[in-house]
Design a protein around this ligand. Structure first.
Ligand SMILES: Cc1cc2nc3c(=O)[nH]c(=O)nc-3n(C[C@H](O)[C@H](O)[C@H](O)COP(=O)(O)OP(=O)(O)OC[C@H]3O[C@@H](n4cnc5c(N)ncnc54)[C@H](O)[C@@H]3O)c2cc1C
Length: 348
């Protein structure tokens, strides 16, 4: 445990902006001996690699726990990783041991703990597909508990239970993997890359390389060790759930020539429902455009769901653009879109 007062958090988030933690505490691992957490000054905030968080310019009062280290253990086909493990280290650990079930999530940035909280997913594979259990630490009582994956109410891009119980910190998570393939790659864009590059999708390494190339093309690679990485938190908004008629109307905005039938299948894959339409298409339908800028805040030139800090944008400026988008979408389309990015601290 390492405590640093008044630590600027700009270097600890992918947006590279925001204020300071009144007190930052770095934990190697949280275990049942970590009772000291309950005595830390409140409020408590938790940060992994900051790739899905916007920290207020006013900073975070109280204590910010930063979890960025940890280890991985293997128990037959179950891998147990501490919350601070970099997600992709877990994926490569599994691949190196010929274990299937995480490979399509290769190179998603962030920590194992946040991956569970946000039920991260990519290319048809989600944390909820393999998560067996998590150990959580209750910051109010100091007690620890093992929760089966079923108890976390894992849904599209969230654990409802952990979202509603912010006092629970994920300490470690266990993933039950398989010694044979569990899924086929159903994303045509990625499958095309595999064909072009002659990657062998029947192997774990071939699948990983395909996903990394697909993510590179989509501008979806980010690494906390790279100072020049794009300043974004990935998709800023969740894909919204709409009625069937609105879903069809939104699909008309697809510019890639996909049929509505294919789009419905993709929506199902992305969010578990053919009516959970792409938030990117919703933004286009509401009149926003790729590369649109507000000062140093920009919608990514190809993936407009990514809000970027292209210079010295403040957290408030990013927040204000996000609110403008949410309000405009509501006003023009009567659709509610929600941020996937977490706001830490106070915003105007
Ligand atoms: C370029 C880019 C591409 C991305 N692509 C994808 C993608 O393909 N799929 C996808 O699902 N996501 C994607 N994301 C989003 C991001 O990778 C995930 O949300 C990731 O899980 C964030 O991890 P983190 O450690 O950086 O989280 P942080 O930003 O540090 O934290 C996120 C939230 O989790 C909470 N939290 C963190 N650790 C814990 C813990 N141990 N216990 C309890 N709460 C905790 C924090 O308080 C915060 O509310 C992308 C992001 C970027 C920048």
């Amino acid at each position: 445990m390492n405590t640093i007062p008044n630590l600027s958090l700009a270097n600890y988030t992918s947006f590279r902006c925001g204020g300071a933690a009144e007190t930052a505490v770095f934990f190697d691992t949280i275990n049942s001996n970590s009772k000291t957490i309950t005595a830390l000054s409140k409020p408590l905030h938790v940060l992994g690699f900051g790739s899905n968080s916007l920290v207020s310019d006013a900073g975070l009062p109280g204590t910010t726990l930063i979890l960025r280290t940890g280890s991985i253990e293997r128990h037959e086909n179950v891998l147990v990783a501490d919350a601070g493990v970099w997600w992709d280290d877990l994926v490569t650990y599994a691949i190196d041991r010929s274990l299937w079930g995480l490979e399509f999530t290769s190179a998603i940035p962030g920590s194992v703990g946040a991956a569970v909280v946000g039920n991260i997913a990519a290319y048809g594979m989600a944390v909820s597909d393999t998560l067996a259990w998590v150990d959580v630490f209750d910051t109010t009582s100091g007690s620890t508990e093992r929760l089966a994956a079923d108890a976390l109410d894992l849904e599209y891009r969230m654990s409802r239970r952990l979202q509603h119980h912010r006092e629970l910190i994920v300490m470690r998570a266990a993933f039950a993997l398989s010694d044979r393939p569990t899924k086929d790659l159903e994303y045509e864009s990625a499958a095309t890359i595999a064909r072009e590059k002659s990657y062998d999708l029947s192997t774990l390494q071939g699948r990983r390389q395909t996903i990394i190339d697909a993510r590179a093309r989509a501008g979806s690679l980010w690494d906390y060790r790279d100072d020049c990485a794009a300043r974004t938190a990935g998709s800023f908004f969740r894909n919204p759930l709409v009625d069937a008629e609105t879903a069809e109307r939104i699909m008309d905005f697809d510019e890639t020539g996909k049929s509505h039938e294919l789009l419905r299948t993709m929506n199902q894959l992305h969010g578990g429902s053919s009516r959970r339409v792409s938030a990117a298409l919703v933004l286009l339908a509401a009149g926003f455009s790729r590369g649109q800028t507000w000062g140093d805040v920009r919608l990514h030139p190809s993936n407009l769901l990514k809000i970027e800090n292209i210079g010295h944008a403040s957290a408030q400026e990013i927040y204000t653009v996000a609110q403008e988008i949410i309000l405009t979408v509501k006003k023009r389309l009567d659709i509610d879109i929600e941020p996937e990015v977490r706001f830490l601290g106070s915003f105007a």
